[in-house]
Design a protein around this ligand. Structure first.
Ligand code: ZN
Length: 146
């Protein structure tokens, strides 16, 4: 798969390459892995949560490759949401136990839905990050200027 291939990619130079998973979690630019992808570090104010600079402040990588580029992130966040809910169910099943005889399935469902709702701002951001990482490889485009 395309995404898996990115993880196996060899770094082009012997210079210390920032860890890809860490860079994704810290929401750094995929090209230089040091510029921030979002204007505000915090998700507050919520209205500016998804505000991104036009270009990376460090390397000049475009943050929106084409108009409407981030429409595809819906699929990414859907996949992440399903994965989180499945993980909650498995954890609940292993740690507490699921049974048809009581309401445990509904409680587990409530916990899963509550958790995904709480994580929604983070999910929306990380989906954008993952989406851009699928298209932009490390040091693939612009040279680091600063
Ligand atoms: Zn950058």
């Amino acid at each position: 798969m395309y995404l898996c291939g990115a993880y196996l990619q060899e770094p082009m130079s012997k210079e210390k390459t920032p860890n890809q998973v860490l860079s994704i979690l810290q929401m750094k630019c995929p090209n230089c892995r040091s510029g921030a992808m979002f204007t505000n570090k915090s998700i507050f104010p919520i209205s500016k949560m998804l505000q991104m600079p036009e270009k990376c402040s460090h390397c000049g990588q475009k943050m929106e490759l084409e108009p409407g580029f981030y429409f595809g992130t819906g699929y990414v966040s859907y996949g992440l949401t399903v994965a989180i809910m499945a993980a909650v169910f498995v954890a609940y099943w292993v740690l507490i136990g699921l049974s048809y005889k009581d309401n445990s399935i509904f409680i587990a469902l409530g916990v899963a839905v509550g958790l995904t709702l709480l994580l929604q701002p983070w999910l929306m951001r990380i989906s954008r990050v993952l989406y851009l990482y699928m298209f932009v490889k490390y040091q693939s485009g612009n040279k680091i200027v600063s």
